[in-house]
Structures are given as C-alpha cells and as structure tokens.
Design a protein around this ligand. Sequence first.
Ligand SMILES: [Zn+2]
Length: 500
Amino acid sequence: MQPRQIELMPPQIDGQRVTFRWRVDPESALYRRTEFTLGFPGDIDLSRVPKRLWWDLAFICLHPQWLLLRPCRIRIPLRLSAGERQFWLQLLRNGWDTLAAMGPAEHRGEPLGIRIISGDQDLPRTPVSGSRFGSSFSGGKDSLLQAGLLCELTQRPLLVATTSPLPPLEDHDTARRRHVFESIQQRRDIQFVEVASDFRGLWDNGFAASRGHPIGVNELTDTFLYTASLLAVGAAVGASRLFVASEAEVQDNRVVENRIVQHNHFMYSAATHRALDRLLTPYGIRLSSTTWPLYSMQVQQLLWTRYPDLCDLQYSCWRVPKGQETCSQCEQCLRIAMTALSDGENPERMGIDLPRLLAFAPTFEPLADPPAPSPGVTGAGARAASTSRRLSHMMDSVRRVSLPHLARCLARRSIRRLISRETINLLQDFRRIRKRASRFQRPAALGAREAFFAWLDPDLRERLIAIYTKRFPTEPHEFHVGILERSQALTRRATSMLGA
Ligand SMILES: [Zn+2]
C-alpha cells in the first residue's frame, strides 16, 4: 500500500483564534475537514505563548489520528532533531501496541508504518515565565478533586476548561455544565479560562471501530486536546506546573506477546503524560497528575468527604441530554450514585434523578433478573482487568446501600413522598437488586497505590500523600510495581534520545 502523505501547515494566529491545518493525500473518511481552531478569551495574551509550543500542540492533538491513517508520511517544514522524531515515533509505537491488541489479530506485530519527514526551519523552544499551578477542568470527579486539591495546596490555581462539542452528544452544551463552571468560580479563588474548539467535530467518531478497533476516535484524542488548551493558556498566564487528572485504573498495563499493552485510554496514562513532560522541559513546563495513586471510586469518595462544598458540582455523565443534569440511565450514573449512596451521601446533590436511576438499575446486565451470565469483559486492552475490578466494587457499593438511607433520599424531605406507593415500590425493587448484587464476590478494600507516590509533583508530594493516606489504606508497592515499571519503560523508550 502506498503511504498516505500528511502535510502539516504552520499554525496561524489570528487575534484570539489559532488555526491548525493539514493536508491528507489521498483523503481519508476519518476527517470531515482538515483544520481546527482553538479560541481563547480576549484577556489571554497569546503573544506570551512560545511560537514553537503551537507546533507541539499540533503534534499532541493530531498524532494519535495518524495511527488510524497508517501507513503514512508526516511532513513538516520545521527541523526536528533525531531524538524528537524518535520521541513521536515511539509514543506512536506505544499507542499502536495497545490499539493493535484490541483490533484484528493480523495487525499485531506489524511495523508502525509512520515516518516523520522534517524540514529545515529552526524554531527553538523558549522558556515560559511564571510558576503557578494549573489544571485541566471538566467538572468530572477527577478534575473536580484535582481542582479542590490545588486550591487547598497552592495559590489561586488556573483551571482551563475546553468546550468542544462531539455531535450528537450534548454534554458540552448543557445548562448544568454552565452552572458547574460558574459555581466553581464563585466558590474558590481561581483563574478560570474556557477555550472553545471545533476539534471534536472534525472526525467520524466511528472510524476506528470501522477498522476493527472497538474504540471511539475521541477516546484516542480527547484528553490531548484538553492538555493542549491547558498548555497554551498556562504559557500565556504564567502557569507552568500543569496537571491533567488520571486515575489508577488508566495506568493498568500488561505484557501481551512481548508488547506492553496499556489501558484503552492511554491518551492520558502516566506513561504518555510523563513522556510529554520530558518533551516540554525546555519550556520550563511540568506536566503531571495529582490522582495517579487513586482508584476512580476513591477519587469520588475523597471529593465528597474532603470537599463537601464542591462535590455537588460533579459532572460525570457524558450521555446527558441538553435539558437535564445527568441522564441517570447509564452505567456511569449508576456507579457514581451507588458510590455516594453506600457512603451515606445523597447522589441527587450532583443531579442524579434517583427514581429514574432505580428504574434503570435492573436493566444493567449484572443486576438483571434472571441473572445474566457472568458479566463478560471484552477487549484485549489492559482495560479488562480494571473493568472487572470496577464492576465488583460497584456491586459491593450496591450491597452496602442502606434502605433507610435510600428512603430518606427518595423522600426529598416530604413525609408524603416517603410513604407514597412510588417510593415503597422503588424500595422493594431495590431490595431485590441488592440481593442480586450479593451474587458477586466481595472485593478487597481499595488502597492508594503506594509506588505511584513517587510520580507526584515534588512540591506537592508529601502533602498529597498525607491527604491520601489519611483517608485510605495504601496498596503495597509489590501489588503494582510491575505496572509502574512497565509504565516507566514506555516513557523511557520515548524520551531516551531527547536532548541528544
Ligand atoms: Zn448518565
């Protein structure tokens, strides 16, 4: 097969809008158009962003899509060192090993089939000024906890939200999302910046699946966009210590046929972020995550106990239709609601509609009656292990929900509602669901992953460890040191020649 030619044009800055363009020959059904923009608020001084950083952002946003366009040649007018070409090709290789593992068998072991041909224009990376802290922000439990932590531990952190609708989803367009963005600014001393982009609308989101990789294109690219927005705004406002939340599950990896296969969402694994961190060193930028040691469920538990004045802003459901706060009819809604209920909290605080959720619960396969066969976990990615762990913890949460507590939540402070036929029926149904959840084996208690503490930002590390170990036991080093070492091997492979 003739390799596809992909030519990157110089990023164009026009007022507060930056446009990234490229040409693809022959064209691919992946793209509806081959350009996207990042739009910044008027008070963000883009002249403070190093010119070279815009090129890095183009690579960060676009490179995962090249995995879907192989074999291909990437041409850019800029001069890249051999170490840098090696960096991108190895990061792509790391991604391809995971993508190939979840696709048709014939892809495994194929050469990468991507070349980067650089030009002769020199554009050095220059340091950004300032050392403030900043985080990418969506309102999801991970970024909300990270925002809470940075507000507690640092001075007036920067929070950067990226609004980029992915049709037909409406989660970037809801009134609830506006409410979350406004409220966080009222409740904390932060600098909040919202970046607008048409990036997520430019591809056919089913393209990867049509090629046999059961994953949405957005699952390969979304967080790269959010990271890019954060880097640009951080450089403009003097925030160089930047964080993108990434929980313990995303770090899961294993060896399959001599290759390290990561979680399907390797776009924000520590292996990926810690590699990018090294690439960004010449700018004086540090990229990391506060949440690497915590499991997804612990993120919510810590958010609700440590920051009860923020937890109602949790915005986790991406299936939410425009007029609602959450869909209350998806696995994600069920999981976060059961976590809250089992800890004696009321999930309606974060916009869950409990009656609707309880009507949905028995349609969720593992809770169905008659029992569905042992819930299957598909995909060869390292997500399989974390999916089954997640499920057993969700079932444990269901089992631990107290009926009197659920009744109080359903009553919404009305005696009349409490004794209504509807409430009584819902409680009876839930009692049956709870029984079904007991079919699952009880999981061991979750601990914060001790070995991952070493990855935490050195200025925050001790204080974060104190917060995490006060709330949770630790999962001893030897339980996950293999994951740590494989993750570090991936980072090392990508970065070993940088600066050479
Ligand atoms: Zn939902």
